[in-house]
Design a binder for this molecule. Structure first.
Ligand code: ADP
Ligand code: MG
Length: 140
């Protein structure tokens, strides 16, 4: 187990329903520290580039439109084994398949409007953090 940082987004369905505090409480009670956080409105360019890995998937365009449809909260979370821990706390992509007690089971509206994003590897976490934050914005 090692200290890690991962990248997280509270998606438009979460900000719309005023769930940012509830979701952050789940992170904090599971030992993840919010070491950077800002509420932003993503541009289409940003959202398209961020989800570029999904460019060929049928839901890509709709996903980009969804991510720019309202404010999001981008975050850096720090903790032991943070990348995998965050993924475990979020639950499966489709809330119908997410385990009880996970954020997506508790809060997600659909496979698309699933409340949270989390990096899927340490390497992607570093890339995604750098995409949204400068070093001085992260305070551990
Ligand atoms: P995860 O967020 O669990 O890592 P993916 O990386 O596969 O999942 O997908 C990125 C995001 O794209 C998902 O969180 C969800 O918002 C959206 N998405 C994934 N699959 C679908 C789908 N079949 N239909 C619509 N949106 C989807
Ligand atoms: Mg993913």
């Amino acid at each position: 187990m090692t200290m890690q940082r991962t990248f997280s987004i509270l998606k438009p369905d979460a900000t719309e329903r005023n769930l940012t505090g509830k979701i952050n409480a789940v992170f904090e009670s599971n030992g993840l520290r919010i070491v950077a956080q800002k509420r932003i409105r993503m541009s289409r360019l940003q959202a398209g580039a961020f989800y570029g890995v999904h460019k060929e998937r049928p839901f890509y365009q709709e996903l980009v439109e969804y991510m720019v449809s309202g404010p999001v909260v981008v975050q850096v979370l720090e903790g032991e084994n943070a990348v995998q821990k965050h993924r475990d706390i979020m639950g499966a992509t489709n809330p119908a398949n997410a385990a009880p007690g996970t954020i997506r089971k508790e809060f997600a509206e659909s496979i698309e409007r699933n409340s949270v994003h989390g990096s899927d590897s340490l390497e992607n976490a570093e890339t995604e953090i750098r995409f949204f934050f400068s070093g001085t914005e992260i305070v551990g």
